[in-house]
Design a protein around this ligand. Structure first.
Ligand SMILES: [Zn+2]
Ligand SMILES: [Zn+2]
Length: 183
């Protein structure tokens, strides 16, 4: 797939679980949606790897005005249709912690990945090429203070052999058990 532009009210299904409408800009204007096909395909892979019941896209494409209004530069990956801010849910309907989602996104090969909220539930992923960018906006100093090269190390998660990862992660005093299994 490739970079596409869709009319505002287009809600075409792109993969088994994602449609254009989920990536529409939330500025309220009726402009087109730019969207990278690779982003959607990788989100579908992420959904499978994490065995999600659903992935909610809080923010997909942003026109430059909207990007600036939500604190962006007006020229970031969202304005290129190459980024999504997501919350992933497991089969029981629980939010999968950011740390686990970041590791899974690393497995899938997203170029940019970051936790973006203080409760570690929302993750930014993008399809930048070239240098990878892995971060955590919740720490003091933001992403510039938290860039890492491996989320397993950063979050202290085990990465087992044979592509199966199991363990626990503690966030705000709550322990979560997780399993990542390549299918
Ligand atoms: Zn807009
Ligand atoms: Zn984002």
């Amino acid at each position: 797939m490739m970079m596409m532009t869709y009319k505002h009210n287009n809600n075409e299904r792109l993969t088994s679980h994602f449609s254009v409408g989920e990536f529409r800009c939330k500025c309220g204007k009726s402009h087109d949606t730019k969207l990278d096909g690779e982003l959607v395909e990788k989100l579908e892979e992420l959904r499978t790897l994490l065995d999600c019941s659903k992935i909610i896209v809080n923010s997909g494409y942003r026109c430059p005005d909207h990007d600036r209004n939500v604190g962006g530069s007006g020229g970031g990956m969202h304005t290129k249709g190459q980024a999504a801010d997501i919350v992933c849910y497991d089969k029981l309907g629980n939010i999968i912690p950011s740390g686990v989602v970041c590791c899974a996104a690393q497995e899938i090969g997203f170029g940019g990945i970051a936790n973006i909220d203080s409760t570690y539930t929302a993750v930014h992923v993008d399809t930048r090429s070239g240098n990878k960018w892995y971060g955590d906006e919740a720490v003091p100093g933001g992403t510039s203070a938290s860039v890492c090269t491996d989320f397993y190390k950063y979050y202290g998660l085990d990465k087992a052999e044979n592509d199966v990862k199991t363990g626990t992660i503690e966030i705000d005093g709550v322990k979560y058990k997780y399993t990542l299994e390549k299918v």
